[in-house]
Design a protein around this ligand. Sequence first.
Ligand code: BES
Ligand code: ZN
Length: 616
Amino acid sequence: MATIINSPRDPNTLSNYNNWILTHITANFDILFDQKKLAGNVVHQLKSITDAQSQDIILDANHLDIGDVKVDGKQSQWELLPPLESYGTALKIKLGHAVKLNETIEVDISVKTTEKCTALQWLTPAQTSNKKYPYMFSQCQAIHARSIFPCQDTPDVKSTLDFNITSPHPVIASGLPVRDSPPEPQPDGKSLYRFHQTVPIPSYLFALASGDISEATIGPRSVVATSPDKIEECKWELEADTEKFINAIEKIVYSYAWGEYNVLILPPSFPYGGMENPIFTFATPSIISKDRENVDVIAHELAHSWSGNLVTNASWEHFWLNEGWTTYLERRILGAVHGEPYRHFSAIIGWKALSDSVEHFGRDHEFTKLVIDLKGKDPDDAFSSIPYEKGFNFLFHLETLLGRAKFDKFIPHYFTVFREKSLDSYEFKTTVLDFFQSDLEASKLLNNLDWDKWFYAPGLPPKPHFDTSLVDVVYELARKWQSLPESSFKPQASDIHGLAANQLVVFLEQVLLSEQLRPDLTKLMGEVYGLYKSENIEVANLYFQVGLKAGDESVLEPTASLLGRIGRMKFVRPLYRNLQKVNRTLAIKTFEKNRDFYHPICRAMVEKDLFGKKDN
Ligand code: BES
Ligand code: ZN
């Protein structure tokens, strides 16, 4: 791949954000469900930050249909640069006159998305819950915003936003609704929905969704939004914990900055567990498990309101600053609400995910480092549990090294220093060292810490000591199963009475570690414990993994059926990988059948996994 010029810090943008920075965006879009397109214009305020009298503006763009471009009201020359794989066809706007340092210009670009857009999914009424109306939603992280409109698609630049969106159906966006202007009816049966985001945010947090969406209160500053036929069960799932979580983290960091904290439960093809879009977390319906056992996803997305959304990684090479910090804060919330053993329990689950990822990539792989090299690469390919869990372990190590009381003082300091800014790992290190400078004992420990090893050594970090009180019982149960058929262990439904779903997850992970799994025994396990029918998808998924590994044919059909009901990549990708080992024909048939159901990102990833190629 060609070298990218003018890309300070972030190698995954083609924009020249070292010459210009985007300070405000007005996004005017019409949601055209019949064409499966957004059409409208974006107006960018761009500030010159160089004396170089640069006359060109380069913005990221991918698969866009661009109309005319006006600079300060006048038509301007523009061209699309040759495509660079994963990074797109950048838009070069020629100014024709010099702009002085600190001066701002207004660039107005007419734009339509195309069917190749990777950030949007369009669902037919048949693909929605109550099958009445079409639906659309966006997912911009990491570098997909550029397939909605031209922008500086880098987490190193933040802008405030105005959204003016027309749609025949309710609209949700990553901004607060303009309260004094309720949806304005338009001539064609559509309404205009207006939102503001007054806190500067990076492009990857731009978000939109529209469809048959209703809302219900889940706390004093929170609503859940979803299809009207699902609203009651979503309300029940989230109303007990949301405000508790917000209160817990406000004590650890500082008060919530965004006004409202809401959750949108999406249709099942949403490719992630959750996405921390400001004001409205977007979440998979698979967290609505009717047992309130998957709300840790909400604790996680809520925590991003500080780590990620206020304090942001400067590039995807330092993604651990977003996800490692968020995983750390998520577990502090869980510890505050359910007690310290639960925090450790969650960290143990995380350690397993970390070891699996290291094994998947290989111990020496670049993507097993905390700080990674993404030059010429696609951030989606690097995505794994490593930044989450290695990042968590690094922060947990600092907490243990310094002592909780001292580390707790650092947390609000860090989030204050970098509030509304982006940073890299080197700035993180300097900030830690500076903060503890006058504390001789802490300084000594920090100076002796092998920072480079933490940042750049591939593979697993040292394993900390975790409190195992919540896992011991399920490890013991897994041992009993492993002792079969020789031992006299008689499995009964009561073995799992009183266990939380997450404990069942740990049990099944432990069972999965067995070298030899007998299909008759795994089948028995499913029958005795009712695992086939679990409404908790984490449990069902792992049970199918166990069955597939054992070669139990009776899990094939339920696995294929689950793959048609959920598009969350965390489940879909491993299930396809393992299904194809047992029955490749069924895996391919299932994929072809559900192709249109999956989100474009998920579809591309599964294609890579199954056929080793990229969708285009
Ligand atoms: N920001 C991520 C999701 C993401 C990461 C989307 C990278 C696109 C590119 C989100 O906060 C997340 O981590 N979600 C997890 C939830 C979990 C760790 C509780 C998920 O989707 O599983
Ligand atoms: Zn996250």
